[in-house]
Design a protein around this ligand. Structure first.
Ligand SMILES: [Zn+2]
Length: 90
């Protein structure tokens, strides 16, 4: 459990800072309408929603690349062969 903070820091990317900066500005804009507490909750939910979405996107991209992408038409290959144009990666 000692290495947990460093793991969090490793997962904390430069993109996250930009995302947080954007969300802070969004929270400041939202506060006059909803109050600070609700604005903070909305922004926190957006932050985790975006993080989960990005993680899932990254995972699905990794899965796509893992199976291979057709060099001819860019569609996902099955068993290293393209279902569209029959291009074989192997
Ligand atoms: Zn193809």
């Amino acid at each position: 459990m000692n290495n947990l903070p460093s793991l969090v820091l490793l997962k904390f990317e430069r993109r996250d800072i930009i995302l947080i900066a954007g969300l802070v500005f969004f929270m400041i804009g939202l506060t006059p309408f909803t109050g600070l507490a609700i604005a903070a909750v909305v922004v926190a939910m957006m932050y985790f929603g975006i993080k989960v979405y990005v993680d899932k996107r990254r995972q699905s991209i990794l899965e796509d690349v893992g199976d291979g992408i057709c060099m001819e038409c860019g569609s996902k290959t099955i068993d290293k062969k393209c279902p569209n144009c029959g291009y074989s990666k192997g």
